[in-house]
Ligand binder design. Structure first.
Ligand SMILES: [Mg+2]
Length: 301
């Protein structure tokens, strides 16, 4: 069998590197190991609230040094998607700086007058007025895009309705379903690969969710590693019609640069209960904290 060299990693952020503001043990060492080995990586998140610079600063607060150019958000993926589809177009945006900045940066005009697109992202301040405007524009023919399909997101106080839930409201009022760019759409993985100038055969996805990270990595042709430090416990894994290439308790158990197909990790993980603290109700952005469902339950664009 040909040697399978790893050159790059796509690493999900919440549940893999951090839980909210707290670093997951081993995350810093893993990132340092990537640097020492001269390999590439991008940190992925469906969170569209923050810019890459904001997220870099927040990760620094958690003790993780990750430069902005190493962070790939659903807002950046959405902006790149729109740029390739319709360069220098116009959009009415319901979202935060992470999304509006990304669209500005690729030359989009933000407008509520016959925009090419209505683009919905995550905010904590959804206004009825903005949603009404979005509904009217979509009914008038604007194409409907959303950064990610996650129905709920975490907060310290409990779950919050997220982009997918607000998208459903607009869909109900318009009869139009958005195209979701973020995970589990493999487009998010492919655009990350392009940004890294990486190839799927030599890139590994590391994530804590079967129905987003693992399925998107699989569909984009990559090997995948499921970590049990986030929302998924080992007992959930068998319910899915697909498997990750390897399962490890956390990123601390993952040797940098090692072909994940050679990792003898599944039997170890299979006999262990979920790690303390899992299933995690706060460590993943924008995901339902309920039982993990099969990928078929996820809204797909
Ligand atoms: Mg995650």
């Amino acid at each position: 069998m040909a040697e399978h060299l790893i050159e790059n990693y796509l690493i999900d952020m919440d549940g893999v590197l951090v839980h909210e503001e707290h670093p997951i043990p081993g995350a810093d060492a893993f990132l340092a190991g990537i640097g020492e080995a001269g390999l590439g990586f991008l940190v992925l998140t469906n969170n569209s609230i923050y810019t890459a610079r904001d997220l870099s600063a927040r990760l620094a607060g958690a003790g993780l040094t990750i430069p902005p150019e190493r962070i790939w958000t659903s807002a950046l993926a959405t902006a790149l998607f729109l740029h390739t589809q319709r360069p220098r177009g116009s959009a009415y945006v319901v979202g935060e700086a992470g999304l509006t900045t990304a669209l500005h940066d690729i030359g989009y005009v933000l407008s509520d007058r016959s925009p090419d697109y209505v683009v919905l992202g995550e905010t904590r301040t959804y206004s009825f007025e903005a949603i009404t405007k979005a509904v009217r524009l979509v009914r008038d023919g604007a194409r409907f895009i959303a950064t990610n399909p996650d129905p709920t997101g975490p907060s310290v106080e409990g779950l919050l309705p997220a982009t997918g839930a607000v998208a459903a409201m607009i869909t109900r009022a318009t009869g139009v379903t958005p195209y979701f760019v973020g995970k589990p759409n493999p487009l998010m993985m492919r655009s990350a690969l392009n940004t890294l100038s990486a190839h799927s055969e030599t890139t590994v996805v590391i994530g804590d969710r079967m129905d987003t990270d693992v399925v998107a990595g699989l569909e984009a042709g990559m090997d995948t590693v499921l970590v049990l430090s986030g929302i998924t416990s080992i007992t959930d894994v068998d319910r899915f019609p697909y498997r990750p290439t390897a399962i490890v308790d956390s990123i601390a158990q993952l040797p940098v640069g090692r072909d994940v197909r050679t990792l003898d990790s599944m039997p170890t993980a299979a006999v262990r209960p979920a790690p303390a603290g899992a299933p995690d109700r706060t460590g993943t952005h924008g995901r339902s904290p309920g039982p993990v469902h099969t990928s078929g339950s996820t809204t797909r664009g």
